[in-house]
Design a protein around this ligand. Structure first.
Ligand SMILES: Cc1cc2nc3c(=O)[nH]c(=O)nc-3n(C[C@H](O)[C@H](O)[C@H](O)COP(=O)(O)OP(=O)(O)OC[C@H]3O[C@@H](n4cnc5c(N)ncnc54)[C@H](O)[C@@H]3O)c2cc1C
Length: 405
């Protein structure tokens, strides 16, 4: 049963890793990706804890390390641009030991090189899924229908497979009360492997560049009551962002002016995907599609890599019994996922409650006023401990060794 035909929707970190392992175990995976080609570029993402084991099992730790962002450090500034704390890049981004940071597109490129020759239907999407006793009939937007043994949705936060098989986004998306916008801007401050961050209680602005010869990326994160916005109306989204940040100092007015010329403007609400089960018959979900922890957890990429590794390994161990494999996959990962999602929810809670007048907020404000540098370093250290615990909250099986027994 190992040569089962498996369709993977989405060629991001989860889909590409799953494709690699499925082929390694002797399955026949096919990818379908909505973009016309592999999505390269993007923002920087972290690989932490047990996710590093997955990268090592694939023999890719050295390659990822070669392409890591290698950020030297970060400055936290006040509204006048005065530095109030400085940290090295790893400390600032809550990384320890061998943890790595890499541009999402560079990671995808490395992963895609491992599955050369595999069929990938670019510029296409699944539009209908019909399950039967013998397999799954799949209809595509641009290709002829095909039959597969299994279908895996690795198509991200707004997964089409999830919508078609499990239900509308609103059934599973837990909004965290935060909004994010990221776009490229000219590197006017000449940042070189350096990032800068300004934050008040409910708004944060981060600016970084991997090199003084490259554009910088500006990221805006803010807490707000539910906002209505059309995902396709970039002009309205930009207007909204300008209104939210109208009285914020530092470089913000210049960044908002540069936003209008930016070609990669991104805006979305911050949400998690919380589901009681990640499979239905012959269809399962992996990565953000099934259990997005949100960008503010910093753990989305690690969950995608670990999820793909475990799903493929359990399918191989179960020798074609997909129901058993899907059940084991959930059993292995449920607690790990929940612990990492909790990181995202706690971060969001701190920001959304930033305007409240309670003791915790008052104490935070006092420390920020009196000892901002020390307080930021203390808070960062505590957060690193929590992230480290969650990033290691599962023991991975060595599937290759188990299969060779
Ligand atoms: C703004 C932002 C900042 C982030 N920052 C961090 C960070 O600092 N650290 C971190 O670890 N993580 C971060 N993340 C999260 C991280 O990028 C994701 O959690 C991770 O990429 C999940 O991988 P994935 O493969 O599950 O989904 P994705 O990376 O979303 O990949 C899904 C793929 O599916 C494709 N697709 C979508 N719909 C379809 C369809 N209908 N048919 C076919 N293909 C489709 C997409 O084009 C994409 O290639 C951030 C995310 C965002 C949005």
């Amino acid at each position: 049963m190992r040569n089962q035909r498996i369709l993977i929707s989405g060629a991001g970190p989860a889909g590409l890793t799953l494709a690699y392992w499925l082929r390694y175990y002797g399955f026949s995976p096919t990818l379908v990706e909505r973009s016309p080609s592999l999505r390269i570029g993007g923002y920087k993402v972290d690989i932490r804890g047990v996710a590093l084991e997955v990268v090592k099992y694939m023999g890719l730790y050295g390659r990822v390390k070669d392409l890591q962002t290698n950020m030297l450090g970060a400055s936290v500034v006040d509204k006048f641009g005065q530095e109030i704390a400085q940290m090295n890049g790893d400390t600032f981004n809550l990384r320890i030991s061998q943890d790595l940071e890499i541009i999402r597109g560079d990671l995808c490129r490395i992963l895609a090189q491992q599955i050369e020759g595999m069929t990938c239907l670019f510029n296409d999407s699944v539009v209908a899924i019909s399950q039967g006793h013998e397999g799954v009939e799949v209809e595509f937007e641009n290709h002829a229908p095909q039959q597969f043994d299994l279908v895996i949705g690795a198509d991200g936060l707004h997964s089409t497979v999830r919508k078609l098989v499990f239900g509308h986004d609103s059934c599973f998306a837990k909004e965290l009360g935060l909004y994010i916008s990221i776009f490229s801007v000219p590197n006017a401050l000449g940042l070189h492997r350096w990032e800068m961050e300004y934050a008040d209680s409910t708004k944060l602005v981060n600016l970084y560049s991997p090199s003084k010869d490259q554009d910088a990326k500006a990221a805006f994160l803010f807490a707000s009551q539910a906002l209505r916005f059309d995902i396709r109306d970039v002009q309205k989204q930009q207007q909204l962002l300008s209104e939210v940040y109208v009285r914020v100092g530092w470089e913000v007015p210049k960044l908002l002016a540069a936003m209008k010329q930016s070609k990669d403007f991104y805006f979305d609400s911050i949400a998690q995907i919380c589901m009681s089960h990640w499979s239905d018959g012959r269809v399962a979900l992996v990565g953000d599609a099934g259990y997005c922890p949100s960008p503010v957890s910093g753990q989305g990429t690690s969950l995608a890599l670990v999820g793909a590794y475990v799903l493929a390994g359990e399918l191989a161990l179960a020798k074609g019994d997909y129901a058993q494999a899907f059940s084991q996959y959930e059993k292995q990962l449920r607690k790990y996922v929940e612990q990492n999602q909790k990181l995202g929810r706690n971060f969001a809670k701190n920001m959304t409650e930033g305007h409240k007048k309670n003791l915790t907020v008052w104490l935070h404000d006092q420390f920020m006023r009196l000892l901002p540098g020390r307080w930021i370093k203390f808070v960062t250290k505590q957060a690193t401990r929590r992230v480290g615990r969650a990033a290691n909250a599962v023991v991975l099986k060595n599937y290759t060794a188990l299969l060779n027994q």
